[in-house]
Design a protein around this ligand. Structure first.
Ligand SMILES: Cc1cc2nc3c(=O)[nH]c(=O)nc-3n(C[C@H](O)[C@H](O)[C@H](O)COP(=O)(O)OP(=O)(O)OC[C@H]3O[C@@H](n4cnc5c(N)ncnc54)[C@H](O)[C@@H]3O)c2cc1C
Length: 577
């Protein structure tokens, strides 16, 4: 092992990649059980994307109006366009309530009803006020509270470490290798159990609500390890991204009563989802918005419409939606108290990801065979809770609830299993990636390739898709992958070498984007967030199934898995709002 063993080799029971809600919640559970838990994060923990979540976290507390886990279950199944696995949803809606009360007891400052209970607001696709919130900074307070709890319970943090390779041999996870961004150098993490909680991957698009770190490293590494990804064609576009920036204006705005209007000042959702209006699920609102724009009813005929908060009044806007007010003012110079805010659909959430069972154990085929010691939770995972379309506020809850379940299962696994040996050359793969970028003879720049990927994904893999455009995108990705082989990194420094970091991230972006395109080309139907103009109908006969995708010999290979439908009353039916 060519490594400074004392400094760069770490032996830890549970190694968790990602310091978002999923990773921290898992780490807390492992640490509380008396085992050693480490969190590795490429950004400082409280800068993880979970901290950017605004609107709320869903649980059927029934604090404001009638509600029940059964209703939450049905809303989630319908929202998913019937692709979600119903056993997972049933587990989720019941655990969700416990998760919120745990957060309350940890000290999360939730907004309150007049009689002092956790307040709840309306959210798209939920048939009761179900989103527990703290103003419009819900993710921020959840993340900070969890981070404090992790410090209190002695979770060991490796901040600004970027994971470059997984150490998996004979279908058993043994640890991973990470690059120290601050000082340079590779570190080996030898573990009994590994959790991948690397979050979403919206950075494959130019217009996105996602943080810069959301480059899909976890899904990229899983593909590289010869394991499959699930349902990658389903990517959610959020209808209220700030025009041109893509920065999110939370659905909380519409939950509080904001309108969406076109050039004629019309609340056009009445044509598309008369009962739910602006609070229809996101796939439907985004498509309606894009249709208005495509048919020339965008503002001034341009590619945006308005989010109108004016009728809510100054007091409600500043009290309930202060962040949204600031974002519009700072980025577009629009005072949302006086003027409507320009918005457009923005790439927001990844329903697909690393396949796992209800225990968050990563699986490697359609039969559900487990990779021992490897776990996944949060947006990087696909259990499948959200199916073809996620409901707002179900994602923070997903990350926290399945983060906790992952922590419990990893603890049990660590108690029952000894450390497995590391592969013979643990550093080889990570070192080869770096050496190649430092020694490449080529002149290609990673920033140019990333820009071309993002611009074209926005153009060809957006709210509406069709075969001819997706084939163009497929060819573009192939060409960009070819060019990536000639990317050279000029900066050979050790400390904060962002040139190197971004080049490494690009490899992942190019890798999983190809899976998204292949999955979308194969799925000849429209379901949830995946809408094909050439196959505009849902086709349950052919396509009520999950997609699994592997990279084999440079090509994407697909297989399909069964959707779990457990109750007769939740059989697929037409989805109307
Ligand atoms: C703007 C915005 C608003 C949202 N609002 C809501 C909302 O109101 N309600 C809701 O339910 N959902 C919301 N969502 C979705 C929700 O916030 C996310 O799905 C969820 O927080 C994801 O949590 P996570 O723990 O899986 O990942 P993240 O919080 O994204 O964390 C990922 C972690 O992985 C680490 N990481 C990634 N790659 C590597 C690597 N190679 N090496 C080391 N570390 C790595 C990062 O450093 C980070 O710590 C919102 C999303 C966005 C973008």
């Amino acid at each position: 092992m060519k490594i400074d063993e004392a400094r760069n080799y770490h032996k830890i029971d549970a190694v968790i990649v990602g310091a978002g809600l999923a990773g921290l919640r898992a780490a807390l559970e492992v640490a509380k059980s008396g085992l050693s838990a480490s969190v590795i994060s490429k950004v400082y923990p409280t800068r993880s994307h979970s901290g950017g979540a605004q609107g709320g976290i869903a649980a059927a507390l029934a604090n404001v109006g009638e509600d029940s886990p059964q209703l939450h279950m049905f809303d989630t199944i319908k929202g998913s366009d019937y692709l979600a696995d119903q056993d997972i949803i049933e587990l989720f809606v019941n655990e969700a309530i416990k998760t919120v009360y745990e957060f309350e007891h940890m000290g999360v400052p939730f907004s309150r009803t007049e009689d002092g209970r956790i307040n709840q607001r309306d959210f798209g696709g939920h048939s009761s006020p179900r989103a527990c919130f703290a103003q419009d900074v819900t993710g921020h307070v959840l993340l900070h509270t969890l981070y404090e709890q992790c410090l209190k319970h002695n979770v060991l943090f490796f901040n600004e470490f970027q994971v470059l390779s997984l150490l998996i041999e004979n279908d058993v996870a043994r640890g991973l290798v990470a690059w120290d961004i601050r000082q340079g150098g590779l570190h080996i993490f030898h573990a009994r159990a590994v959790l991948l909680a690397t979050g979403g991957y919206g950075r494959a698009w130019k217009v996105t609500s996602n943080a810069h770190a959301n480059t899909g490293d976890g899904v990229g590494l899983v593909l590289e390890a010869g394991l499959p990804l699930e349902d990658m064609e389903f990517v959610q576009f959020h209808p209220t991204g700030l025009y041109k920036h893509g920065i999110l204006l939370s659905e909380a705005a519409r939950g509080e009563g904001a309108y969406i209007i076109n050039d004629q000042g019309e609340r056009f959702m009445k044509k598309y989802a008369a009962a739910k209006m602006e609070l229809a699920p996101r796939d439907i609102v985004s498509r309606s918005e894009q249709t208005e724009i495509n048919e020339g009813r965008g503002i001034g005929g341009k590619d945006y419409v308005y989010l109108d908060l004016r009728h809510l009044g100054k007091e409600k806007i500043l009290q309930r939606l202060p962040q949204i007010y600031d974002l519009a003012l700072n980025y577009l110079k629009v005072d949302a108290i006086k003027d409507a805010v320009p918005i457009q659909p923005t790439a927001h959430y990844s329903m697909g990801g690393i396949p796992a069972n209800a225990h968050t154990e990563v699986i490697r085929d359609a039969k559900g065979t487990v990779v021992r010691g490897l776990y996944t939770a949060g947006e990087a995972s696909c259990l499948s809770l959200h199916g073809a379309n996620r409901l707002g506020c179900n994602s923070l809850q997903d990350a926290a609830t399945f983060g906790r379940i992952a922590g419990i299962r990893m603890g049990e696994f660590c108690r029952e299993n000894a450390y497995n040996d590391l592969p013979a050359e643990p550093l080889a793969k990570a070192q080869a990636k770096i050496d190649r970028l430092w020694q490449a003879p080529g002149k290609e720049k990673h920033a140019d390739i990333r820009e071309e990927l993002q611009v074209n994904m926005t153009k060809y893999m957006g709210v509406f898709r069709c075969e001819s455009e997706m084939l163009k995108m497929k060819a573009i990705i192939k060409e960009l992958q070819e060019r990536y082989r000639r990317v050279a990194v000029d900066d050979h420094g050790a400390a904060f070498n962002l040139d190197l970091i971004e080049a490494l991230e690009l490899e992942n972006l190019l890798s999983f984007s190809e899976v998204i395109v292949e999955g979308a080309l194969a799925r000849k139907e429209s379901r949830g967030a995946h809408f094909r103009t050439d196959f505009p109908k849902r086709d349950d006969g052919q396509w009520l199934k999950h997609t699994l995708a592997w990279r084999r010999d440079g090509k994407i290979v697909l297989d399909f898995g069964k959707v779990v439908v457990i109750y007769p009353q939740y059989q697929p039916q037409e989805r109307k709002y």
